[in-house]
Unconditional design. Structure first.
Length: 392
């Protein structure tokens, strides 16, 4: 079980705000803060390159930590400046041709879908959203029916940005494996709040961020690429980190996932991400998940009891992201009201998941996202503030 009192002692921000925007960017714990600031101070004392040499074990720890988190191998892990950049580096490495098809989700994230549209226009690829099932999540039966020889990629967001549902990633993986189709999972909002094991899920590629549920620094992300797929993907751009210049007219790609990295990196942030991953592993992802899921369901129930408030989350399995609307009060307006009370939430615009928003006729949503260091008292503060807003 989670020692909430300890978690809050180790989270400086808990003194100042009720932070319910963990799916945006979590409050970092003190060890992460110490790791980032400590490396920056070392750079200031001895120089950037020299600090890298002196702190190299902490920097290189990232690969082992991320591999342990995902049930992968260190050589299958790459560091990135964000989950989107990690996702892009893999997605744009697939050699699509005219007539190929990409199967994706109705609730797919804006950045991913923009990339699909660009590749569709460039290469003549068809993008096919898989219909939802009765729970509002990706229908595995529909996915299976859509699979044919034209499908070259299944690309799914594990936890959509605009709601609490958790897509059935492992069931999707079983379909992908059976058909021999590469499977790209955007785990930006799942890694850190629930256990994510690439072998159990069966994905070939996974992207994640540091700033959300892992509680790492902003400007960090990472990529997993299964070793059997590495040789089939060439990143969209290369530098001396990704490849060796072996002849005047020839380069050789690195054999591991570092081929997706760039030479210059935010090393203080990378150390912070390593620390954040180890910190999460120390708590245990199953324990984190149990508390986060319970807090999420508790908040949904409390908000659902308020007249004029509609909880918008779907899914057979739901996580710590809770989305809702208040009659007569716009999402951005409510976000600003709550901010004045030192309660952090965010507004999820319709455009972030355009297909899903249109299919469900959704307005912009208020998104509150809990983490294991949040308390029932903090949920009470939010609920009471929403109750007052609903009465006005």
């Amino acid at each position: 079980m989670i020692d909430v009192a300890r978690a809050r002692r180790e989270t400086p921000g808990c003194q100042y705000v009720t932070h319910l925007n963990n799916a945006g960017s979590s409050l970092p714990p003190q060890p992460v803060l110490d790791a980032v600031v400590g490396h920056l101070e070392l750079e200031a004392r001895v120089g950037g390159y020299e600090a890298h040499e002196q702190n190299e074990p902490a920097i290189e720890r990232f690969y082992g930590a991320a591999a342990k988190l995902l049930g992968a191998h260190p050589e299958e892990i790459a560091f990135a400046s964000s989950a989107t950049r990690a996702w892009d580096m893999a997605f744009y490495g697939f050699p699509f041709e005219r007539g190929d098809r990409i199967l994706t989700a109705v609730a797919e994230y804006i950045s991913n879908y923009i990339a699909y549209i660009q590749v569709a226009e460039r290469a003549g690829v068809e993008v096919v959203p898989v219909p939802n099932d009765e729970y509002g999540q990706v229908s595995v039966d529909s996915l299976r029916q859509l699979v044919d020889e034209r499908v070259k990629l299944i690309a799914i967001t594990h936890v959509p940005t605009n709601g609490g549902l958790v897509n059935p990633a492992a069931e999707i993986g079983a379909v992908a494996r059976e058909a021999g189709i590469p499977y790209l999972l955007d785990a930006c909002q799942s890694v850190g709040q629930l256990p994510v094991d690439v072998e159990e899920i069966g994905c070939d590629v996974l992207s994640a961020t540091g700033r959300k549920y892992l509680r790492g620094p902003r400007g960090t992300g990472f990529l997993y690429v299964r070793s059997s797929l590495l040789g089939r993907l060439e990143p969209p751009f290369l530098d001396m980190r990704a490849a060796d210049w072996v002849e005047p007219d020839r380069y050789e790609l690195r054999p591991d996932a570092i081929r997706f990295e760039e030479w210059e990196q935010a090393y203080a942030a990378k150390v912070g991400l390593s620390t954040a991953i180890d910190y999460a592993l120390g708590w245990g992802l199953e324990s984190i998940w149990q508390r986060v899921a319970a807090l999420g369901e508790s908040l949904r129930a409390r908000l659902g009891d308020i007249e004029g408030v509609t909880v918008r989350d779907l899914g057979a399995v739901r996580c710590g992201i809770v989305t809702f609307t208040v009659d007569g009060v716009g999402a951005s307006e409510l976000k600003e009201r709550l901010a004045r009370e030192a309660i952090n939430v965010t507004a999820s615009p319709r455009s972030s998941t355009l297909l899903d928003s249109r299919a469900r006729a959704l307005p912009d949503l208020v998104r509150a996202s809990v983490h294991y260091y949040n308390t029932d008292e903090e949920l009470d503060r939010l609920v009471e503030s929403v109750r007052i807003a609903a009465l006005c």
